[in-house]
Write a protein that binds this ligand. Sequence first.
Ligand code: NAD
Length: 420
Amino acid sequence: MSSSLFADASVRLERALKYVSISDTAQEKLKQPKSSLSVSIPVKMDNGSTRVFQGHRVIYDDTRGPGKGGVRYHPSVTLDEVQSLAFWMMFKCALLNLPFGGAKGGVCVNPKELSNTELERLSRGYISAIADFIGINKDIPAPDVYTNETVMGWMVDEYSKIKREICLGVVTGKPIIMGGSQGRDTATATGAFHVINTILSKFEQKPSETTIAIQGFGNAGAEIAQLLFNAGYSVVAVSDSQGGIYSEQGLDIPSVREYKNNHKAIKGVYCKKSVCNIVDHQVISNEDLLTLDVDVLIPAALEKQITEENADHVKAKFIFEVANGPITSSADLILEDKQIYVVPDILVNAGGVTVSYLEWVQNRSGFYWTLEDVEKHLEHSMKTATEETWQVAQKYQVSMRTGAYIHSLNRLNQAMNFGN
Ligand code: NAD
């Protein structure tokens, strides 16, 4: 297998192309990104020195609308990774029928090593470097791993200064006070929750009889853990970059979240009334978490977590990919052989971009929706896309992943055949 993430991502396209006939024009356009920009960002550090960070922004395709995709701050960011994430965004937006193409950005940095002011200078520097590449009708960044609404607030402010006008719709995932949408912060997890419920109910898998392990306890992972806990599922294991915890009886997720927020680490705490005890829990590694004997496994951290090395040890019956690209294409085949039901990233985590779309619409119209309206629209979009993907997968007798790609490809193909 090639070590390139993009080469691996392209395998999914090749698999879907066996079932769908698309024009030569569309096939050619899908092979490479429309445009890529790599930039150097000099940042004045608090101690007076200057460090230069490498950043990227890729618009994979904008046939169906402006580029759309998050910005990641992580030490392992490369152009190959950003391009792959932009490629997935293109399919995700098509699957949800959002009027966007696919894009993504990233900066190679460990944000945990930067002070708040250094992080702000880096975020403003990144936007300044890519300002001509993005725009309300061109390409719209949003949060991803280790970026959040504060970072988006700095970015929209910087862009508006550069353009000498208020441009709220150029970035989504902003603080509400800066034109953000109700429900955007929890949208990825809420969207995933609708997909999980819809699929599990098709298999008559009841919440009270379902054990769940979640890798990653950030924006997406901690929120989905909370929603599943509230709905009566038994979340028995969670992990973050430092390791994980497991309790056969299920973890008290509100307490784990509180502990994580206060101590920046996770611990198995159990709260009854006002008394918090340390619940009997096992400390486990991330590798252990992936191979636990649970009903549902939710990777919600980074790419390439389930590979051909460990796929054979996975015991879960269902995997819902909240992270982008957590399973490699060769691991897909092993999981399929083991009859593990995998629901793909481009469907499961599409709630984030769906509410980003609503934020963009609100910014453009100047009319702001209630949380209730946003959540109603999100639920409808996620359930519709899940049902459509399920139907395509049934029709072609393929996995949910290939079904999702077939459905997206049909939409992309139709759009790409215009304007040539
Ligand atoms: P985040 O930065 O808020 O959280 C990432 C979490 O992963 C942290 O808890 C971190 O400790 C953990 N982590 C990092 N390395 C790990 C490792 N090796 N093992 C276990 N845990 C590890 O990021 P996020 O926004 O929650 O994004 C997580 C995933 O979800 C990414 O793949 C991202 O692309 C995807 N996603 C996020 C959104 C969104 O709106 N936030 C939308 C769509 C997809």
